[in-house]
Design a protein around this ligand. Structure first.
Ligand SMILES: Cc1ncc(COP(=O)(O)O)c(C=O)c1O
Length: 402
């Protein structure tokens, strides 16, 4: 007899088995086994503890009930939205058409619902963060891929152009999700020249129909090269000002402030001041989650008013970027010592190592007590949780795959 109804939706293909792998790694570790768990998507220190930036701890402790309990405005607090966009584009005077969302996830999901009709597709660079499939599917849409950058090659602009053209032919519009700079899962950023070609390609499509480029900015505070990230953000801003393509950002405090659970995010189109876009976003927010969490917004507002704490947070972000870089370098050296291909890291919490049959490789590594996540082109290694000291063991396990 049917005891309860099960929603008919099934996981879309490609959804990552992260939860099962992570649960097993934790269980085996609790049982006393020395496992290497590189499945995590949160920053941990070398003792395995979750990193929560000191500045953010202080700000959170200072919040009063009045800053957490009331509903936030439906579109989000305007001061919060301004502070969120100014963190990356300090010269902007206002956030444009924008709304607060539960994390960057909320912003991505909202963009699919706002700009596409069911049956349409979102274009993104592969490999990509698995939940993109789910956000697309929840809007009745799907993901179409073009290859993301590899360490040794420029972006394959022909492939992007083909994919974009085909989608524009089919649906008369284009929504692109681009997780640049500091991509999950590759750990790579586009070069200035890649970006130039990419934006030109979008401009050609914009002559045929509306194009929206949503920059997923989840990881850009963790980088080996802050000047490169600055250049990327300036390049996007200069292009956005031309107005051919609607450029927006999926903003988040999950990684940038290590406030994953506060669910602070925003979907912002800082170079667009069309009130109909803001109204449409507001209605979508209301229909999906009413208002986004208030406490996260209050925290960001406090930070925006406190220059000393901003400096302190920036210093913490630099420190942890250096830790991530040293882990990436240790992994690269260990892989080369085993005679394997090394790895390149520009930013973010991950690198992807090319492997044949990623699922088989993941399974084999699991039996050796090493946990990773299979992605389209290889295995994703969370350097956010892989200690530099574990790099040699990791590389040996990979070498054992033969
Ligand atoms: C590529 C990417 N984009 C966006 C997010 C959004 O995270 P959140 O919804 O916690 O802001 C994540 C989180 O893991 C991510 O990896």
């Amino acid at each position: 007899m049917l005891k309860h109804l099960i929603p008919s939706r099934r996981n879309p293909p490609g959804e990552e088995p992260i939860f099962a792998l992570n649960a097993e790694a934790q269980k085996r570790r609790a049982g006393g086994e020395q496992v290497v768990n590189a499945t995590l998507g949160a920053l941990t220190d070398d003792a395995g503890h979750l990193v929560i930036h000191e500045t953010v701890r202080e700000l959170w402790k200072d919040l009063t009930p009045e800053e957490t309990a009331p509903y936030a405005p439906l579109l989000g607090d305007p001061t919060y939205l301004k502070a969120m966009v100014q963190r990356y584009w300090p010269k902007l005077e206002n956030p444009g058409a924008a709304c607060a969302t539960p994390g960057g996830s909320g912003a991505l999901a909202l963009s699919a619902r706002s700009f596409l009709e069911p049956g349409m597709a979102i274009l993104t660079g592969a490999p990509y963060w698995g939940p993109y499939n789910l956000f697309a599917a929840e809007a009745g849409c799907r993901i179409v891929e073009a290859p993301y950058k590899t360490a040794d090659q420029p972006l394959d602009l022909d492939a992007w152009s083909l994919a974009a053209n085909a989608l524009m032919d089919q649906q008369g519009r284009l929504l692109v999700w681009l997780n640049d700079p500091c991509q999950n899962p590759t750990g790579l950023s586009l070069s200035h020249a890649d970006r130039e070609g990419f934006l030109e390609m979008l401009a050609r499509q914009a002559a045929r129909g509306p194009v929206v480029l949503l920059l997923d900015s989840a990881y850009l505070d963790y980088t080996a090269d802050p000047a490169h990230v600055r250049d990327a953000l300036d390049q996007y801003a200069a292009y956005a000002e031309k107005g051919d393509v609607l450029i927006g950002a999926a903003l988040s405090i999950s990684k940038s402030m290590t406030m994953y659970g506060a669910r602070g995010g925003a979907l912002a189109f800082p170079w667009c001041h069309d009130p109909t876009l803001a109204t449409a976003l507001g209605l979508e927010c209301r229909g999906l989650w009413s208002a986004a969490p208030k406490a996260a917004q209050s925290l960001v507002i406090r930070l925006a008013k406190d220059g000393h704490r901003q400096e302190k947070l920036n210093a913490e972000l630099r420190h942890w970027s250096e830790v991530l870089e040293s882990r990436a370098v240790a992994l690269d050296s260990a892989l080369r010592l085993e005679g394997l291909a090394g790895t390149t890291w520009h930013g973010g919490f991950f690198v992807t190592l090319r492997t044949e049959e990623p699922t088989v490789a993941t399974e084999n590594l699991r039996t050796q007590g090493v946990f990773v996540v299979p992605v389209g082109t290889g295995i994703r290694v969370g350097i956010c949780s892989l200690r530099a000291a574990d790099a040699p063991r990791f590389a040996r396990a990979l070498k054992n795959l033969g």
